[in-house]
Design a protein around this ligand. Structure first.
Ligand SMILES: Cc1ncc(COP(=O)(O)O)c(C=O)c1O
Length: 387
């Protein structure tokens, strides 16, 4: 069997750079103790890596205070901390139909069980939300605006800076979900007027699963919705208010932090722009190849200038799941099919009625050969389906 062609990098990046595996292996063998819990040298050294990684990520997001970079277990975990810690009964939040369930579901829970009102801004035919739509929906009780930086279904990069300007003017905390964007394009919270960024480690930041985090700008507070051990000031009966402890609970995933550290180092060595440009070159090749096939429908892929390397399509008349299965079984190509945990995107595209779409997600280790094979495979599937 040919080697697997992995085009499911939107779900998780695979493989990781060799440096990530090697660093994690060495780190866990030699420094895998609980950081910040005791004063012996090894514990201090492990703690050093955690603090170095906070600093590194602060630089990556152009934040200021490393203590306000808190580690979580993934973006979903970070987004739950943010959403549940910032909204209470009677509040109003604005989000978009581009969001992932990691935003939609916590918000819906608050709506259903806690009386929080939520407005959803739709995207236009090209896949972008209009910043002025947010202005039109802002109310006296609007306490949070939360937007997905880059769509995990249609790949569009949203006008975060402009939405952020509106939020800043109105004094409304602005959160972005950078799960898909971090590690592909710059996530500069100053430049983009962002107050809180949530990220996951296992996608384009090239770390392992089980690590993520959030950065909270000074002056913005998230109420703690959990409580537990922090390793410091153990006699205090309530959970600590100071960051990062405020939003960290129990033993950190230090192995995950180590992998994230190595992943970000690798990105810095290669250059974010170089990685993104290469991925977009391949995405454009793929888009052009699929566009030429009669019987294939692409979604929001006409102009790729404000896109990341995510490409959704369907073979007309074939369920996405079936296309994905044929790609897997006959061609050894991994894709992602279905609703991609973003049901409102598919509802707006109308693809919810056909159980979603097939998504190719291109990563730093994909090649032109992979793309040519994928185009050929989709062409053959389309032709044989027509017969
Ligand atoms: C846009 C977006 N947000 C949030 C998430 C959730 O990430 P995680 O599963 O790492 O929590 C994903 C993952 O697919 C995503 O694509």
């Amino acid at each position: 069997m040919e080697k697997l062609i992995f085009l499911d990098n939107g779900a998780t990046s695979f493989p990781k750079p060799e440096e990530v595996y090697a660093f994690m292996d060495n780190f866990y063998r030699n420094f895998g103790v609980n950081p910040g819990r005791s004063g012996y040298d090894l514990c201090m050294e492990t703690g050093e890596l955690v603090e170095t990684t906070r600093k590194m990520l602060i630089k990556f997001f152009n934040g200021k205070d490393p203590n306000r970079l808190c580690f979580s277990y993934n973006a979903t975990d970070a987004l739950n901390l943010i959403i549940n810690g910032m909204l209470k009964k009677g509040d109003h939040a604005i989000t978009t139909t581009i969001e992932h369930n990691s935003v939609l579901r916590p918000l819906y829970h608050l709506y259903k069980y806690n009386g929080v009102e939520v407005d959803y801004i739709p995207f236009n035919g090209k896949g972008f939300v209009d910043p002025d739509d947010f202005l039109r929906r802002i109310k006296k009780n609007t306490k949070l605006i939360i937007v997905n930086h880059a769509s995990n279904v249609i790949g569009t990069i949203q006008p975060i800076k402009e939405i952020g300007e509106h939020c800043k003017e109105r004094g409304i905390p602005f959160v972005i979900d950078a799960s898909q964007s971090a590690g592909k394009i710059p996530v500069d919270i100053e430049e983009m007027n962002v107050d809180i960024v949530a990220f996951t480690g296992h996608k384009s930041l090239l770390g392992p699963m089980g690590i993520g985090g959030l950065y909270v700008r000074e002056g913005i507070e998230i109420k703690h919705t959990r409580a537990g051990g922090t390793g410091v000031r153990s006699a205090v009966r309530t959970h600590l208010d100071e960051y990062p402890y405020r939003l960290e609970y129990g033993t950190l995933n230090v192995l995950g932090v180590a992998g994230l550290y190595a992943g970000v180092k690798w990105i810095e060595k290669k250059g974010l722009n170089n990685i993104h440009n290469n991925e977009m070159k391949l995405t454009t090749m793929l888009r052009d190849g699929l566009k030429d096939i009669e019987g294939v429908t692409l979604y929001c892929q006409d102009d790729l200038s404000d896109h990341i390397s995510i490409l959704p399509f369907n073979v007309n008349g074939l369920e996405a799941l079936n296309t994905g299965t044929i790609l897997d079984v006959d061609y050894n190509i991994a894709s992602r099919t279905g609703l991609h945990c973003a049901p409102l995107v598919h509802k707006q595209l109308g693809t919810d009625k056909i159980h979603g779409a097939v998504r190719f997600g291109i990563g730093p280790f994909n090649t032109e050969e992979h793309i040519n094979t994928a185009i050929k495979a989709v062409r053959e599937i389309t032709e044989s389906h027509k017969k």
